[in-house]
Design a protein around this ligand. Structure first.
Ligand code: F0G
Length: 351
């Protein structure tokens, strides 16, 4: 059977209204990549898999929720969708809206969106509005305007986004034959952790696949769920999760508690070190926020808070490294320039 996208594959398990009209870019079906080198580097003795969500059509996991949300909006007769975004939701909303023939409007925090995301939103034809404020300000504004005008909100407050994102948990269980022992993932606005937990619970009820313990990871400068209060001026190099008031914060805490897991914070240095390690040891290049789940795992192992022996661990890498090239370019030494002849090449390579 050719692959026809997530609503085709898992639609019967998703709570979507009958009027839903599928809009798909054949999202999902992303690889679960064994990461043996990284596992060994972290001490070994456990199975580590990376669910590489950066391989979705617009380069992030957002496409899972967006196929559901835009399909519902189209079927309902919506003409315009809107979202606040740190970048990935914006690009995804813009792509799916264009495919559905809808207009998209995206609000982003000024100067804090990675180049590949902003470029995507523009390429896909969104009306991009920069807010002189944070993601949290932008989210408040899109909630207000969609309450007042016939514009469909496609942030993860929209329940169909969560329905679509549950499919990642289904795929992991289908590939492994059961749920992993631990699931590590970054937490920003907390839609994804909410969706994974709902997805694993649903699959376990249907197929007895078991439940993972969930390790949610925030950036230390944007860690409201760890601190227990909103953060007014969140700051982190992982701009995707630069969020101070997560819309689904309560549900994220519930997922951590019910799964006997936890939510922790890691520093920007830990995030960037893990980003580099994953690229160099496994050939998997992810954007900074996407390395947070694995950085959290490394942090817990190093601190002796977590004993991975014999465990099966899955880390969710939410977005592709190409989304944020500047973070690499800023830190690199400029490649050498060599005269266009063999002798010059030998002089630099064979010293
Ligand atoms: N990783 C990446 C790459 C993200 O873009 C996001 C969220 C997250 C993790 C966190 O997921 O919000 O469900 O907890 N990005 C949103 C956006 C906020 O606008 O693209 P979450």
């Amino acid at each position: 059977m050719p692959y026809r996208g997530l609503l085709d594959r898992y639609g019967s398990l998703l709570n979507l209204p009958a009027h839903t009209r599928p809009v798909t870019l054949l999202e999902g079906n992303t690889p679960l990549i064994p990461a043996e080198n990284l596992s060994r580097h972290l001490g070994g003795g456990f199975d580590l898999f990376v669910k590489f969500e950066g391989l979705n059509p617009t380069g992030s996991f957002k496409d899972r929720g967006m196929t559901a949300a835009v399909s519902e909006a189209l079927g309902r007769g919506a003409k315009t969708v809107i979202c606040a975004s740190t970048g990935n939701t914006a690009a995804s909303a813009a792509a799916y809206a264009s495919r559905a023939g809808l207009k998209s409007i995206v609000l982003i925090p000024q100067g804090k969106v990675a180049a590949g995301k902003l470029a995507g939103a523009i390429a896909y034809g969104a009306q991009v509005v920069q807010i002189d404020g944070s993601f949290d300000d932008a989210l408040t504004m899109v909630v207000q305007i969609s309450d007042k005008h016939p514009i469909c909100l496609v942030n993860s407050i929209n329940p169909y986004r969560i329905e679509g994102q549950k499919t990642a948990a289904f795929e992991i269980c289908d590939t492994l034959g059961r749920a992993p022992d631990w699931l590590c993932l970054p937490v920003g606005n907390a839609g994804n952790i909410t969706a994974y937990w709902a997805g694993f619970k649903q699959y376990d009820e249907l197929n007895a696949t078991g439940l993972p313990q969930i390790l949610g990871v925030q950036a230390a400068g944007a860690a409201p769920l760890v601190l227990g209060h909103p953060v007014e001026n969140p700051e982190t190099v992982a701009t995707a999760i630069r969020i101070g008031k997560p819309a689904r914060g309560e549900q994220a805490l519930e997922a951590a508690e019910q799964s006997k897991g936890r939510i922790i914070a890691v520093s920007d240095d830990e995030i960037l070190s893990m980003q580099a390690l994953l690229a160099r040891l496994e050939g998997i290049w992810v954007e900074p926020a996407s390395a947070a789940g694995l950085a959290g795992l490394a942090h817990e192992i190093a601190a002796g808070n977590f004993h991975p022996a014999g465990k099966r661990i899955t880390a969710i890498c939410t977005g592709h490294g190409l989304k944020d090239p500047d973070i690499i370019i800023k830190g690199m030494t400029k490649p050498q320039i060599v005269a266009p002849n063999l002798a010059a090449l030998e002089a630099v390579l064979l010293v």
